[in-house]
Design a protein around this ligand. Structure first.
Ligand code: GTP
Ligand code: MG
Length: 238
């Protein structure tokens, strides 16, 4: 065999061995109760929305795959935490080793942005130093409905400009969303996936787990919310 064939054979071998397994990304959702964290994640994973969702107890776990740049597959392992104050102390279990976080507020309730800023500070102090954080202002549909139905009323309490300026100062991605109408929901997750260094993801291919055991055990112990907990989808949302 001529030695001139070798480079071609080597190239073929490298090309065919490209690893296309989904890369796990641990993502945590944080924010005050009722801002719409569960609604956002259920919209992303199950393409559904329901009014009057029950508050989350402890946390819920869901997964969803997402293709980035046409060839990289990210598998989001999503911890949807409970926003009620009594669950605050559990949060470090969920953001520990997380590669991404969504910190949510409700654009019709100014106090929820203050709470979100508190979560951002806590993450920047105590979470993984490489964590990608997205600030998300939810319930955009309420503002849009108001402005169409009644020109004189405006239920918005946080302007786009104010939140966006804070996000860029703090180094966060920023979106306004509606879990109800789906506006910008997939975009939040796609943008997060794009902003996580792919080499970093590969090095963390085995993913990270809630402290004290594997995620399945954690689900048994911590997940109580009927209809949401432990759901997963093999589909690709984005
Ligand atoms: P906790 O689990 O207690 O932390 O709350 P949460 O942040 O998960 O909020 P959840 O998703 O349970 O939503 C609270 C309420 O807000 C529910 O009645 C939802 O139907 C409503 N809601 C959520 N997202 C939207 C939205 O985009 N638009 C409107 N209009 N309502 C929303
Ligand atoms: Mg919830």
């Amino acid at each position: 065999m001529s030695s001139t064939n070798t480079p071609t054979q080597t190239t073929t071998a490298i090309t065919s061995s490209v690893d296309r397994r989904p890369v796990p990304v641990k993502l945590v959702l944080l924010g005050e109760s009722a801002v719409g964290k569960s609604s956002l994640v259920v919209r992303f994973v199950n393409r559904e929305y329901s009014e009057n969702r029950e508050p989350t107890i402890g946390a819920a776990f869901l997964t969803q795959k997402c293709t980035v740049d046409d060839d990289k597959i990210v598998k989001f392992e999503i911890w949807d935490t409970a926003g009620q104050e009594r669950f605050h102390s559990l949060a470090p279990m969920y953001y520990r080793n997380a590669q991404a976080a969504i910190v949510m507020y409700d654009i019709t309730k100014a106090s929820t942005l203050d709470k979100a800023k508190g979560w951002v500070k806590e993450l920047q102090r105590q979470a993984n130093s490489q964590i990608v954080i997205a600030l998300v202002g939810n319930k955009l549909d309420l503002v849009e409905e108001q402005s169409t139905d009644d020109e004189n009323s405006n239920s918005r309490q946080v302007t786009y400009e104010e939140a966006s300026a804070y996000a860029s100062e703090a180094g966060l991605l920023f979106f306004e969303t509606s879990a109800k109408t789906s506006v910008n929901v997939d975009e939040v997750f796609t943008e997060i996936a794009k902003n996580i260094p792919f080499d970093y993801l590969i090095n963390n291919r085995n993913g990270s787990r809630v402290a004290g055991g594997n995620s399945n055990n954690a689900r048994l112990d911590l997940l109580r919310e009927a209809g949401v907990n432990g759901q997963s989808s093999n589909g690709c949302a984005c």
